[in-house]
Design a protein around this ligand. Structure first.
Ligand code: C2E
Ligand code: MG
Ligand code: MG
Length: 663
């Protein structure tokens, strides 16, 4: 204005003002100088443009904040930027963000910023969480004594000489993430624009913070297994590649440890998926706890855990790590209040000997794990080259297995069971064989595990039941003396709800009475969830079939316990019979099982009887029936039919001494 006066120029400008009562605003001034140089006056108009100005400012601030939200890399940065922008743009002296206690899982930091030096130390001494008791949804303006006295930290405000506080929540829907507060030592009256702007910013920021949280959750989910929280395959791959790069650069080794729980499917199928999940979570926790110094522990889905170990030159650490994994399992698990015992098979591959890239190393560790399974589980194996050939076989087999049923490649062989008192053949056990077009005759041990894993066992098992019933009914129709046919059930089948109907259908279709069918179960199938198994077995029993416990002695259960189930027969596993009569412990166990079995009213069958000495011992102990190569190998249908027929004509061959039959 002075320049306009001096040079007699017109003027036009905008300027901020503060009224005597402290009201702030903007003016638009326009005019020009009049009169002589020494007595010139300015004449013009002043327009109050406060409204337009604050609208513009508000917009500029919103843009500023949008920009911050778009470019910030952390939550604290965003919150600091917002408070800073508000302080500058609205001319406050200090500001803060106070996170609310329950902010929807978001862990937001508190932020304090002073624009004037005088308030720095006051702000630094803020009470613990000023916003915790301000649980409001709308902006608040504290501009007089009584309003300030309502503020949750009134005395703190007094200490700083604060006379105005503007507070508004950052929220999203009903979730209040926290409160932004702006402080001034001057008295400021409520500003309508500040209020609308506040709600705009609050919304924008709240929205942004929650979206950010969602993105982070997504990133976590993409990289972690949701059940156990362990890194998943995706993250494992990334970390593995990093580790490989540094191992290569420093000429160091790297180990991949592939851990697969044994019989986990059985747990899942017999006790239920919730129980299975609980075991996996517990296992993940134990691995995390007991392996603090490995590079990475991850879960690949199912019951597979993979550990990446950088030995850092320590040659003993691999052995210790494996021992710790095994120790973690040895504690056992409690599922539905019942203890269960779990073991794992472990495979190990090492860089650089066993592979140069993560895919190869992983595949080889998997193969080694599979090798450990084949060696009887609960152990570990290091990868070696010949394992690759067996993998190819396994892949071929699995792909063929899917079509084997429709191509009618399965056949049942039958092995007789002989009663020791009469020498009569009382039963035959149906034992499945797979006539593979290229591999020839495949034994059950070589394909049942795969069939179990991918579930085809349910269909194969149903076929075996139908076929065994059909065959037995055909023998009855031929006029052969009635024998029971014993069919093995797998855990998967036992867990399948349709089993009961499958059995009923098989009997009905064949027209076979239920007492001529015996089902063989293993201890583990009934032990996992005894309550459920007992109920299930009673329902099966009501069909009229007989129930046998197969391979008894290999599953750590006691016969007295098993007798709670409605079983008829117990079959002593052939591993006990093998070293009879030389092995003292085996003979003792066998005679104990026979004695106890009888006391419990069970029929006792010994499996795997191969010689006279075993037979004599079993006879002297009062064993009821025997099954084994000494009498007959499992025979194809035509031969077993001939076997049964010749016994009918010539009487039990027993008196004449056994005539071993070969398939
Ligand atoms: P398992 O039920 O214990 O069957 C007895 C196994 O012992 C049979 O093996 C039989 O050939 C063999 N064996 C019989 N006598 C002797 C002997 O004197 N000495 C020796 N060393 N072995 C003898 P196989 O046929 O290879 O069957 C193995 C296992 O496969 C069976 O064990 C059974 O658990 C399973 N299995 C067989 N058929 C089926 C089936 O249809 N369904 C299911 N789920 N499993 C089956
Ligand atoms: Mg059997
Ligand atoms: Mg057996």
């Amino acid at each position: 204005m002075q320049a306009a006066l001096k040079d007699r120029l017109p003027f036009e400008f905008e300027c901020p003002y503060r009224s005597r009562r402290g009201r702030r605003g903007w003016l638009h001034l326009i005019g020009h100088a009049h009169g002589a140089q020494d007595g010139a006056v300015l004449r013009g108009t002043a327009q109050n443009i406060s409204q337009r100005k604050s609208a513009e400012q508000a917009q500029a601030q919103e843009h500023q904040i949008t920009l911050h939200l778009a470019t910030a890399t952390s939550e604290i940065e965003i919150l600091e930027d917002i408070v800073h922008t508000l302080l500058e743009g609205m001319d406050w002296e200090a500001g803060a963000f106070w996170p609310s206690e329950d902010s929807h899982g978001l862990k937001l930091p508190s932020v304090t910023l002073a624009r004037v030096k005088a308030l720095e130390s006051w702000l630094a001494e803020h009470p613990d969480c000023p916003a915790s008791d301000t649980n409001f949804q709308a902006p608040q303006w504290y501009a007089n004594r009584s309003a300030l006295a309502r503020h949750g930290h009134a005395s703190w405000l007094v200490a700083g000489g604060i006379r105005t506080v503007f507070a508004f929540p950052l929220s999203r829907g009903h979730v209040t993430l926290g409160i932004v507060e702006l402080y001034s030592r001057a008295r400021r009256s409520p500003d309508a624009h500040a209020l609308t702007m506040a709600s705009g910013i609050a919304n924008q920021t709240g929205h942004y913070l929650l979206r950010r949280q969602a993105e982070e959750d997504l990133r976590f989910i993409a990289n972690h297994d949701t059940l156990t929280g362990l890194p998943n395959r995706l993250m494992f791959k990334a970390e593995f590649e990093k580790a490989l790069t540094s191992a290569r650069a420093s000429d160091q080794a790297l180990h991949v440890i592939f851990v697969d729980l044994d019989e986990f499917k059985v747990v899942n199928d017999t006790i239920g998926h919730n129980a299975g999940d609980a075991v996996l979570r517990e296992m993940a926790d134990r691995l995390r706890e007991s392996l603090p110094d490995v590079e990475l522990i991850s879960r690949f889905g199912g019951d597979e855990f993979i550990v990446l170990l950088d030995p850092k030159g320590d040659t003993t650490i691999l052995g210790r790590t494996i021992a710790r994994i095994q120790a973690a399992l040895e504690l056992g698990f409690i599922v539905n209040d019942a203890p269960i015992h779990m073991t794992a098979s472990i495979g190990i591959s090492s860089f650089p000997e066993d592979g140069n890239d993560w895919q190869t190393l992983l595949k080889h560790a998997d193969l080694a794990m599979y090798g450990a399974k084949q060696l009887g589980k609960n152990g570990y194996q290091f990868y070696c080259q010949r394992m690759s050939a067996s993998l190819q076989r396994r892949i071929d087999m699995e792909s063929h297995l899917h079509r084997a049923l429709e191509r009618q490649e399965f056949i049942l062989y039958y092995q007789p069971r002989i009663a020791l008192d009469s020498g009569a053949c009382t039963a035959v056990e149906a034992l499945i064989r797979w006539r593979h077009p290229e591999l020839g005759m495949v034994m059950p041990a070589d394909f049942i595990p795969f069939a179990e894993q991918n579930g085809i066992i349910v269909d194969i098992g149903a076929w075996a039941l139908r076929e065994a019933c059909r065959q037995n009914a055909a023998w009855v129709a031929q006029g052969l003396p009635p024998v029971r046919v014993a069919v093995n059930l797998s855990a998967r089948q036992f867990a399948d709800k349709s089993l009961r109907l499958t059995i009923i259908d098989a009997l009905r279709q064949a027209g076979l009475p239920g007492n001529l069918l015996e089902l063989e179960l293993t201890e583990s199938m009934v032990m996992h969830d005894a309550e459920r198994a007992a109920r299930w077995l009673s329902r099966l029993k009501r069909i009229g079939v007989r129930l046998a416990i197969d391979d008894f002695g290999t599953g750590y259960s006691s016969l007295a316990y098993l007798s709670r189930f409605p079983i008829d027969t117990v079959k002593i596993d052939r591993s006990f019979v093998r070293y009879i009569p030389e092995s003292r412990s085996d003979t003792q166990i066998t005679s104990a099982v026979i004695g106890l079995g009888h006391r419990l009213g069970l029929e006792v069958v010994a499996e795997g009887v191969e010689n006279e000495a075993q037979l004599e011992f079993l006879r002297s102990e009062g064993c009821d029936e025997v099954q084994g190569y000494y009498f007959s190998h499992p025979l194809p249908p035509a031969k077993i039919t001939a076997f049964l027929a010749s016994r009918m004509e010539n009487g039990p061959g027993f008196e004449r001494g056994p005539q071993p039959m070969r398939a």
